[in-house]
Ligand binder design. Structure first.
Ligand code: FAD
Length: 370
């Protein structure tokens, strides 16, 4: 006999887990399936050398939304980690985001007035009335020194193209801070779940049926028969069998290594902003949790071209892809029993707090009407 569920949830990531939790709390039955061999989606963490390793890139929870913060705190206790990345430019270390510490190191200025004056001087020296590319735009915003040392190489590695060939719109603003404050997100609430994100997701989906290593799209009609409604959090173009074409992404490759030292770089996140170093960042995972283990685990991040079949990370929000997404979005109207949600189904970069907020909203809306 086939079990019939109220919801089939495709994707055991944050969106799917929250939806499943809320539906179960409301008395509905759920089955979660995921094509990966683990739960958690991209926020998955795995213990290596007693250190929680962020397998799909560093994840720092930050939000200004109190409701979202209280919601996630039901499932995990968060530590006091505050993201304060540093930039390494050919061995010179600068604090990020651009703030008084950065300006002091760059130019020796001490007061906010001195820093403002220096930036103004730098901007006006090379000002271009109508910036035609990212390089001109960045120099207009912060001047040559910051552009050369902290923006140029990093951005070129991220996009795989020289800055003067990249469109100006990629950088609309470059926040500069005239305080000695290295808190990158400046959010009301910030931290990392003690014990890792996987444990947090595990708690969310406690008691719910989960089937891993299961690709929904391989036997879609079989899975559709198992539930009254489907919550789909996979790529939207894949759902519609790429009928209008493939949505593009930028991808990231991680090289993870265990090192026989208790402290490799003294900080969780170090950005390499020169052009020559092939990777963009080095993450030392133990510093997210103030680890005292005898060894350390580091991940070097390489920004790479994406092709179908690779792990999709960052949607490319240019005109071509946005128009393509709109076509798929219109198609979702034809699928009355399917709820599309999360970063892949909505083809949008969402921080985790957005995902929590939207998954909760959607669950409320759907459950109210059942
Ligand atoms: P996902 O986590 O991708 O979950 C979707 C799941 O669906 C996946 O497990 C996938 O395997 C599964 N799936 C897809 N297709 C199928 C199928 N056909 N059948 C079965 N299963 C399927 N946010 C922050 O707030 N702070 C950060 O510091 C931060 N850092 C980030 C760093 C990087 C490099 C990236 C790319 C993102 C970062 N984010 C961060 C964003 C965060 O990762 C997302 O908000 C979150 O993971 C989205 O959850 P989701 O459930 O929508 O998607």
């Amino acid at each position: 006999m086939t079990i019939k569920y109220d919801f089939l949830i495709v994707g055991a990531g944050l969106y799917g887990a929250i939806f499943a939790h809320e539906a179960t709390k409301a008395g509905k039955t759920c089955l979660i399936i995921d094509k990966r061999n683990h739960i958690g989606g991209n926020i998955y963490t795995e213990k290596i050398e007693d250190i929680q390793v962020h397998k799909y890139g560093a994840h720092i929870f930050h939000t200004n939304n109190q409701e979202v913060w209280e919601y996630v705190n039901q499932f995990a206790e968060f530590n006091r980690y505050t993201n304060s990345p540093v930039a390494n430019y050919r061995g010179e270390i600068y604090n990020l985001p651009f703030n008084m510490n950065t300006f002091n190191k760059m130019w020796g200025v001490v007061t906010p007035d001195e820093a403002r004056k220096k930036i103004e001087e730098q901007r006006s020296a090379n000002y271009v009335e109508h910036p035609q590319n990212l390089e001109e735009q960045a120099i207009n915003l912060v001047g040559m020194d910051i552009y050369e040392k902290l923006i140029r190489g990093y951005t070129e590695k991220q996009w795989g193209r020289p800055c003067h060939e990249l469109p100006a719109f990629i950088i609309r603003r470059l926040p500069v801070r005239f305080t000695y404050d290295n808190n990158y997100f400046n959010a009301d609430y910030q931290g990392i779940p003690i014990g890792g994100y996987t444990a947090m997701i595990d708690k969310m989906i406690e008691g719910i049926d989960v089937k891993l290593n299961t690709d929904y799209l391989v036997e879609k009609s079989k899975w559709d028969r198992i539930a009254n409604k489907v919550v789909y959090t996979g790529p939207i173009d894949a759902y519609f069998d790429y009928m209008f074409g493939v949505l593009e992404y930028r991808s990231v490759r991680f090289e993870t290594e265990i090192l026989n030292t208790p402290n490799f770089q003294g900080n969780a996140v170090v950005n390499y902003t020169d052009r020559e170093t092939p990777y963009t960042r080095v993450i030392e995972h133990k510093h997210f949790e103030f680890g005292k283990q005898p060894k350390t685990v580091v991940s070097r991040e390489y920004s790479v071209e994406w092709k179908l079949g690779d792990e999709p990370y960052y949607p490319v929000n240019d005109r071509k892809n946005s128009e393509l997404y709109q076509k798929y979005k219109a198609m979702t109207e034809t699928q009355s029993n399917v709820i599309f949600g999360g970063r892949l189904a909505e083809y949008k970069y969402y921080d985790m707090d957005n995902v929590v907020e939207f998954a909760l909203q959607k669950a409320k809306e759907v459950l109210r009407n059942m």
